[in-house]
Design a protein around this ligand. Structure first.
Ligand code: HEM
Length: 503
C-alpha cells in the first residue's frame, strides 16, 4: 500500500519511527530547548514519563501550586502534549507586554496550523487576521442577540417544555453544547445550516478531532510529522471533516451567488446577507480565503469555550437559587426597556457578575497566556527562556485571597458590587474586561476578540432559560468541576430539573 502511494523511499524511516517512537518521545521531552528549567513532575526511573503523565492528568492543580511554592519562578510540567514551562501569575503583565513571547507562533507550531485538515487553526493564525477582524468588528450586534434568543427559545420549546406542570430532568451537561452550537451557527452561517443536524455534528466534533490529531502527531518525533500525518487516522479524520464542511457549505454559497447574480442582472440591489460567511467576504475585499476553513476556525474558537461557560454558570445558579429571582427580574426589566439587543444585555449587570464569578472560579484552564519565545527571553527575575520555549502563565490570581476576598466562596454579587462601587475597579468588574487578575480571556495582543459575542450569547441564553423555566438540581446532587491536565471542565454528566413557567 505504501509503495502504491510512492512512499518507498520513506519506508525505512516510517518503520524506524514506529519502533523508536516511544523512546523518541521520552528523549524529546527531556531534550527540549527549555531543558535547563526544572521539572516538577520528574520521578526517578520514570523514563517513559508514565508517572509524569498520570500525575499531569490527575493532579495538575497541585503540581502547579507545588511548582510555584518550590521554584517561585519558571518550572516545567511534563504534559501529555509535551513539555510546558509555567510562569507564576505575577509575570502576567510582563508576558502581556513582551513582544518576543508570541501566541500566534505557539498555535501555528504546536497545533500544526499548516497541516492539511488543521486548516481551522491555519485561519486563526493567518497573517491577514481576517477572521479576527470579523470577530472584533462584526460580532456584537443587536440582530445577533435577537437571533440567539430565537434559536434557544425554539430549542427549549422542542426539548424542555411539557404542559403537565411537572418538573422534568434534562441532560444539561450535553444540552449546553448543542444550544451553543445552534445559537453560534445561526450567527456564523445563518439559520439554514444552523438547523442542519450534519453541520451541527461537524462543528461540535471538529475541535475534539483536531485535538486528537494534535495529540497523535505530538507522539511522533518532530522530523517524521511532515509525512506521518498523512497516515494517522486522527489526522485523516480532520481532513475528511474539512472536505465535508466544504460539501455542506458549497450549496449555501452557490445559492447566495445565484441570488446576487439574479438581482444584478435584474438591475436590482443585491440581497445583503448578515453572517460571518458574508462578513469574511467583505473584510477579505478580494483577497483569497477558504470559507469552510474559516467556519472551522470559528468552531474551534467559539463552541466548546462558550459551552463551558454557559454550562457552569447555570449549574452555579442552581447551586445558589437565591440568585434566580433577582436575575429573572433584572432580565425582564432589561428586555422590557431595551428588547433583545446589545443594550438589553449590557443592562443585565447582575447576570454579568454571575457569569464572571463562574468564570473566575472555573476559568477553563489552570494556565493561560500560552506563548512561544521567538528568541531567547530573560524574565524580570533573571531566568532565561531559550528561543522556542513554550510558556503559559498560572491562572491562580483568579483564586488569590489578596485579590478576591474569600476566593473559594461563590459570590454572584462580587463583580456587581465592585461595579456599583464605581472608581477604577468598576470597569474591571465587567465580564468582557481583562487584566492580570483575570486572564480567562487572555491578555495583550491576542486577547480573545470573541468575548463580546460570548457576553451577549450567554446572557441571552440564561435570560431566556430563567424567564421561561424554573430550574433546580436534583435533590442531593452537587456537580463537581473535573480537573483533567490543565483543563477545568464542567461535569458533562450534569442533569438539571426544569419546569415551564406559566406567568
Ligand atoms: C467563554 C468563551 C471563550 C473563552 C474563555 C475564550 C478564551 C480565549 C483565550 C484564552 C484566547 C487566547 C488569548 C491570549 O492568549 O491572550 C482566545 C483567543 C481567541 N479567541 Fe476566544 N474565547 C472564547 C470565545 C470565543 C469566541 C466566541 C470567539 C469567536 C467568535 C473567539 C475567538 C478567538 C480568537 C479568534 C482568538 C485568537 C486571537 C488572536 O490570536 O489574536 N473566542 N480566546
Amino acid at each position: 500500500m505504501y509503495d502504491s502511494l510512492g512512499l518507498g523511499p520513506y519506508l525505512p524511516l516510517i518503520l524506524l519511527s514506529a519502533v523508536l517512537g516511544p523512546c523518541a518521545i521520552a528523549l524529546l521531552h527531556w531534550t527540549t530547548t527549555s531543558a535547563s528549567i526544572p521539572v516538577i513532575n520528574k520521578y526517578s526511573g520514570d523514563f517513559f514519563l508514565k508517572k509524569a503523565h498520570a500525575e499531569f492528568l490527575a493532579n495538575c492543580k497541585k503540581l502547579i501550586s507545588d511548582g510555584i511554592a518550590k521554584y517561585n519562578g519558571p518550572f516545567r510540567v511534563m504534559t501529555t502534549l509535551g513539555s510546558r514551562v509555567i510562569l507564576p501569575a505575577r509575570f502576567a503583565d510582563w508576558v502581556k507586554n513582551c513582544k518576543d513571547l508570541d501566541h500566534v507562533q505557539l498555535v501555528a507550531d504546536e497545533y500544526f496550523a499548516h497541516y492539511p485538515g488543521f486548516d481551522g487553526n491555519g485561519v486563526v493564525v493567518h497573517p491577514s487576521r481576517m477572521m479576527i477582524t470579523v470577530t472584533k468588528t462584526k460580532l456584537n450586534q443587536n440582530w445577533q442577540v435577537e437571533t440567539f434568543q430565537q434559536h434557544i427559545s425554539e430549542l427549549l420549546e422542542d426539548e424542555w417544555s411539557t404542559n403537565d406542570g411537572n418538573w422534568r430532568p434534562v441532560p444539561w451537561g450535553q444540552d449546553a453544547a448543542r444550544y451553543i452550537g445552534r445559537m453560534s451557527s445561526a450567527v456564523f452561517v445563518g439559520a439554514e445550516l444552523a438547523r442542519d443536524a450534519q453541520w451541527q455534528r461537524l462543528i461540535l466534533s471538529y475541535t475534539i478531532n483536531l485535538f486528537n490529531g494534535v495529540r497523535a502527531l505530538r507522539t511522533w518525533p518532530r522530523f517524521t510529522r511532515k509525512f506521518i500525518h498523512w497516515f494517522l487516522p486522527e489526522c485523516r479524520t480532520c481532513r475528511k471533516q474539512l472536505a465535508f464542511a466544504r460539501q455542506l457549505l458549497q450549496p449555501v454559497l452557490n445559492k447566495r451567488r445565484q441570488a446576487i447574480d439574479e438581482a444584478i442582472n435584474a438591475k436590482q440591489s443585491p440581497p445583503i446577507f448578515d453572517d460571518t460567511i458574508a462578513y469574511i467576504e467583505e473584510i477579505a475585499a478580494g483577497r483569497p480565503f477558504d470559507p469552510a476553513a474559516t467556519q472551522l476556525a470559528f468552531a474551534i474558537s467559539a463552541m466548546h469555550t462558550t459551552t463551558e461557560l454557559l454550562k457552569q454558570t447555570l449549574v452555579d445558579i442552581c447551586l445558589h437559587p437565591e440568585l434566580i429571582y433577582p436575575l429573572r427580574d433584572e432580565a425582564k426589566a432589561a428586555i422590557e426597556q431595551y428588547g433583545w439587543t446589545t443594550a438589553g444585555m449590557f443592562q443585565m449587570q447582575l447576570m454579568d457578575s454571575v457569569i464572571k464569578e463562574s468564570q473566575r472560579m472555573k476559568p477553563g484552564s489552570l494556565v493561560n497566556l500560552e506563548r512561544k519565545a521567538l528568541k531567547d527571553v530573560t524574565l524580570p527575575d533573571g531566568s532565561l527562556l531559550p528561543e522556542g520555549t513554550n510558556v503559559a502563565v498560572d491562572t491562580a490570581n483568579m483564586w488569590n485571597p489578596d485579590i478576591y476576598k474569600d476566593p473559594a466562596v461563590y459570590d454572584g454579587y462580587r463583580f456587581y458590587n465592585a461595579r456599583k462601587a464605581g472608581g477604577s475597579a468598576s470597569n474591571a468588574a465587567q465580564l468582557v474586561s481583562v487584566n492580570s487578575d483575570f486572564i480567562a480571556f487572555g491578555l495583550g495582543p491576542s486577547v480573545c476578540p470573541g468575548r463580546f459575542m460570548v457576553a451577549n450569547e450567554v446572557k441571552a441564553a440564561l435570560a431566556t432559560i430563567l424567564m421561561q423555566y424554573d430550574v433546580r438540581l436534583p435533590q442531593g446532587i452537587r456537580p463537581q468541576i473535573i480537573y483533567y491536565g490543565f483543563e477545568m471542565l464542567s461535569d458533562p454528566t450534569t442533569v438539571i430539573e426544569v419546569k415551564r413557567r406559566t406567568d
